[in-house]
Design a protein around this ligand. Structure first.
Ligand code: HEC
Length: 150
């Protein structure tokens, strides 16, 4: 609750900043900084090697990603701005990628997102999130950044 109120207060504060200050302040105020060219380049390599097979080379997701699979769970969602990814703060995206989707899902829901904790370092995980964010339009980056609490 405190976190939510704190987050809302931050959004309120940020919304009062002039637009130019807001762009630089909000978009770069995270570890997974989409404006860090070296981090984004590392993240793109990681994405193509580890994520593209499911989420698509262009982050488009699997075919019919809106539908449930008959085998249980859902197909891989798009990571681009048409998907739901930008509704989530960095910490959530990091945690789902590191520990897998099942760790954040109810026990009776089958989540097909694998865990990467044994495959990717934390730096590679933050890098891939920075890369995904870097593909979004700036206004979407800004909306997602507002979901990040300090
Ligand atoms: C074996 C296929 C597969 C691979 C490889 C894979 N994913 Fe996923 N991912 C999924 C599926 C399926 C879901 C949807 C799970 C659900 O909601 O039921 C998902 C969901 C996610 C989510 C949560 C989606 C959201 O918006 O709530 C994130 C974040 C994510 N994947 C990131 C990644 C990243 C980053 C990589 C590479 C390091 C990766 N995934 C590799 C299958 C995969």
């Amino acid at each position: 609750m405190v976190v939510i109120i704190g987050g809302l207060f931050l959004v309120f504060l940020v919304a009062r900043l002039p637009t130019t200050a807001r762009e630089t302040t909000v978009v770069s105020a995270t570890i997974a900084n989409p404006n860090d060219a070296r981090l984004v380049a590392l993240g793109e390599d990681v994405y193509q090697a580890q994520c593209a097979s499911c989420h698509g080379a262009n982050l488009e997701g699997q075919a019919n990603w809106q539908e449930q699979l008959t085998s249980g769970g859902r197909p891989a969602l798009p990571r681009d701005e048409t998907g739901h990814t930008w509704h989530h703060p960095d910490e959530y995206l990091f945690s789902v990628t590191k520990y897998g989707g099942q760790a954040r899902s109810p026990a009776d829901y089958q989540n097909n997102m694998p865990a990467f904790r044994d495959i990717l370092s934390d730096q590679e995980l933050w890098a891939v999130i920075a890369y995904i964010k870097s593909t979004w339009p700036v206004d979407v980056q800004r909306m997602q950044a507002q979901t990040n609490t300090p």
